[in-house]
Design a protein around this ligand. Structure first.
Ligand code: FAD
Length: 293
């Protein structure tokens, strides 16, 4: 298995979520069975609150790495955790040959949710101090700034701080407007952020989903997206078709402009991924072929 950083750009990666609580892992493995057919460069697994969900992140990421021989990335957050707990999780990941971590602060319901670490940078520092270069660390970035940041400049300053701690690549928050992403990417490059910036894309497949997403991350919703969300409010199948078509076009445009990578927020829906994959495959592989020289 080639390591993620040895594979040609643009990279093509997926994000999935593990089962919650004591729910069976069988459904998640069925999702992975379908996703690996698309030959992703890595599959990342989200990390929630609660011990069992967190154990599931470790188990599923290890399965991706060892059973499917695909590079697995475990998300890790600062929420409600201690150094000791993080040590235990990192030791288990290391023992299972998982070499990639997406280090995050985590979604907060309340300021008091945080444990011994308050920012992703502290988590990154901890991993580096305790494990040296055992793990390749990814971090999150925000083309429309993080909702809590006072300004874009401040957010970029903290992003640069994270990068300088030894982050290998960035994965962006989802966005629907490629021009916004591209303008922000230029700003990031202008302050010396040199790491690959992987664009996070979420296909919209329902009206409820877009409301939730906008509330959570504040992404701008361009007119064409608004139009299809309003038009197909009562037609679920048409909404899904339009959302997949929009995400496909968005990805093709990003690849044409020379993006470093595409990270699909799959929502554990392999059928949606299959349809996007069909649409982008020739453009993606032509670029990758050219990149090999
Ligand atoms: C690709 C991706 C995957 C994600 N996966 C998960 C997941 O699995 N589980 C989950 O719970 N959440 C996940 N999230 C959501 C993420 O945890 C939230 O967006 C969270 O609010 C911020 O995380 P961060 O790592 O970017 O935090 P940080 O980098 O710590 O930034 C958070 C805020 O603090 C500011 N800041 C940063 N450093 C400092 C500092 N030193 N001093 C003062 N202010 C500072 C930043 O500007 C920003 O406003 C994911 C997000 C992305 C983009």
């Amino acid at each position: 298995m080639k390591h993620f950083f040895e594979r040609p750009l643009p990279s093509y990666t997926f994000e999935i979520f593990p089962p919650k609580g004591n729910a069976s892992t069988a459904g998640t493995y069925a999702v992975i069975d379908s996703l690996v057919c698309f030959n992703p460069d890595l599959i990342s697994v989200t990390y929630g609150a609660g011990g069992t969900s967190r154990d599931n992140t470790v188990e599923i990421t290890s399965g991706i790495q060892n059973k499917y021989k695909v590079c697995g990335v475990a998300h890790l957050t600062c929420v409600g955790t201690t150094r000791k707990e993080l040590h235990e999780i990192l030791d288990r990941l290391k023992a299972n040959n998982v070499k990639n971590i997406l280090a995050l602060r985590g979604d907060l319901k309340d300021e008091n949710d945080l444990g011994e670490f308050h920012h992703a940078s502290e988590l990154i520092k901890f991993i580096k101090e305790e494990y040296g270069d055992e793990f390749d660390i990814f971090a999150a970035c925000y083309p429309e700034k993080h909702p809590e940041a006072k300004s874009m400049d401040e957010d970029l300053k903290y992003l640069k701080e994270k990068c300088d701690l030894g982050v290998k690549a960035l994965i962006s928050q989802l966005f629907f407007d490629n021009d916004i992403f591209w303008e922000w990417r230029e700003k990031a490059r202008s302050i010396g952020i040199t790491q690959p910036i992987i664009a996070g894309i979420m296909p919209i497949t329902s009206a409820a989903q877009i409301s939730k997403v906008v509330e959570l991350c504040g992404a701008s919703v361009p007119v064409p997206v608004r139009r299809f969300v309003n038009a197909y409010d009562y037609n679920q199948a048409a909404m899904k078709d339009a959302g997949i078509a929009y995400a496909t076009e968005q990805i093709i445009d990003l690849i044409a402009r020379g993006v470093d990578g595409i990270h699909l927020y799959t929502m554990n829906q392999p059928d949606t991924v299959r349809r996007i994959d069909l649409g982008i495959r020739s453009v993606l592989y032509t670029k990758r072929y050219e990149a090999r020289g």
